[in-house]
Design a protein around this ligand. Structure first.
Ligand SMILES: NC(=O)c1ccc[n+]([C@@H]2O[C@H](COP(=O)([O-])OP(=O)(O)OC[C@H]3O[C@@H](n4cnc5c(N)ncnc54)[C@H](OP(=O)(O)O)[C@@H]3O)[C@@H](O)[C@H]2O)c1
Length: 283
C-alpha cells in the first residue's frame, strides 16, 4: 500500500511517517519545504512540494498511485484544505483517508467545530475514512517550558480541572494501524491518554522528571487571553485556546477512553513517561 502523508514535518505527521519507514514502507509526503522534510527523513520518502493554501496541480501529482492518505490540516478554515485534498483524492482513486481530528468534535469546544466541518467534507467525498478524535497532545506541555525553566512555575486558567493528554507517539501508532490494517474504516476513534490529570498534577510530574518542584499558579480567563494574544494574536486560535482551558476547568474535557488500547493492544503512554523523555526542555 502506498501512503501519502500531510503534516509530515509536524508533531504527529512526522511520527506517522517515521513509523511507516520503520515498518519498511516508503511513504510519499506532501510538504511546503523539501529542505525541512529531507532534514527529517533523508531520501527515505518521496517528497511532493506544495502548499495547501494554493495547491494548484501539486495535489493531483502527489496522489498518483496513492492508496491511503494521512491528513493533517489546521486553522479555523481547515475545511477548505480538507475539501481540496479529498476532491483530488476522489479524482485519483485514493481508497482511504485517515484524518487527524479532535475529541472536541463531540463537545463543540475549541477547535471542535472546525474539525466537525472537515469531517463532514471527508464523509461527503464517499472515500472510506477513519477519524482520529484525539484529546489534547502531551507535547502541548512544551509551551510551558519557558516559565518552568525560568521560574519553576506553570500558569494556566484550567484550575483543578483535568484532561487526559495523549502522547503523540500513541496517536501516530493508532494512525499507522488504521492506515495499514483498514480495520477501522468508517470509524471515529476517540483516543486519549490513560488518565485525566490537572495542570497542577502535570506540573508536579515535570518537577519529578527534572528533580525540582514546579509550582502551579492559576490565571483568570482574562489573564490567559492577554498572555495568549501576545503570541497567537487576536482571533479564532486565541479564542479557541481560552475556550479549551475554561472547559478543562469546568470539568468538560476529562474524558478517558480505551481507544488507544483497543486499536494497538497496549495502554497509552503515561504523562510521567513523556515528562521524563522531555525533561531537558524544562531544566
Ligand atoms: N495540539 C492538540 O492538543 C491537538 C488536539 C487534538 C487535535 N489537534 C489537531 O492536530 C492538528 C495539528 O497536528 P500537529 O500538532 O501534528 O501539527 P503541527 O505540529 O502544528 O504541524 C503542522 C503541519 O502541517 C503542515 N502545514 C501547515 N500548513 C500547511 C499548508 N498550507 N500546506 C501544507 N502543509 C501545511 C506543517 O508544515 P510546515 O513544516 O511547512 O509548517 C506541519 O507539517 C490540527 O488539526 C489540530 O487541530 C491538536
Amino acid at each position: 500500500m502506498r501512503s501519502l502523508i500531510f503534516g509530515a514535518t509536524g508533531t504527529v505527521g512526522s511520527r506517522v511517517t517515521q513509523q511507516l519507514i520503520d515498518a519498511g514502507a516508503r511513504p510519499a509526503v506532501f510538504a511546503r519545504s523539501a529542505k525541512r522534510t529531507k532534514a527529517l527523513f533523508g531520501d527515505r520518502v518521496d517528497i511532493h512540494v506544495g502548499d495547501l493554501e494554493s495547491p494548484g496541480g501539486s495535489l493531483a501529482t502527489a496522489m498518483v498511485g496513492v492508496d491511503e492518505i494521512f491528513l493533517v490540516t489546521e486553522g479555523v478554515d481547515l475545511v477548505d484544505r480538507d475539501r481540496a485534498v479529498v476532491s483530488a483524492a476522489v479524482r485519483a482513486g485514493v481508497r482511504h483517508v485517515v484524518k487527524l481530528s479532535t475529541l472536541d468534535v463531540r463537545t463543540g469546544i475549541g477547535t471542535g467545530p472546525w474539525h466537525a466541518r472537515g469531517e463532514a467534507a471527508v464523509r461527503g467525498s464517499g472515500i472510506a475514512f477513519t477519524f482520529l478524535q484525539a484529546a489534547g497532545f502531551m507535547s502541548n506541555a512544551l509551551g510551558w517550558a519557558e516559565s518552568i525553566r525560568g521560574e519553576r512555575v506553570l500558569r494556566s486558567s484550567t484550575g483543578d480541572g483535568r484532561i487526559a493528554f495523549i502522547h503523540p507517539d500513541d496517536i501516530a501508532s493508532v494512525a499507522v494501524a488504521a492506515l495499514t490494517t483498514r480495520d477501522h474504516d468508517g470509524e471515529a476513534l476517540v483516543i486519549t491518554g490513560r488518565e485525566a490529570l490537572s495542570y497542577g498534577e502535570m506540573a508536579a510530574a515535570i518537577g519529578r522528571a527534572i528533580g525540582e518542584p514546579v509550582a502551579f499558579e492559576e490565571l483568570s480567563d482574562r489573564e490567559a487571553y492577554a498572555r495568549t494574544r501576545a503570541w497567537a494574536g487576536e482571533g479564532p486560535t486565541t479564542d479557541a485556546l481560552v475556550d479549551i482551558w475554561r472547559s478543562v476547568r469546568e470539568g468538560r474535557l476529562d474524558t478517558v477512553t480505551d481507544g488507544v488500547e483497543r486499536v494497538i493492544g497496549r495502554r497509552p503512554i503515561a504523562f510521567a513517561a513523556w515528562a521524563a523523555e522531555n525533561a531537558d526542555a524544562f531544566r
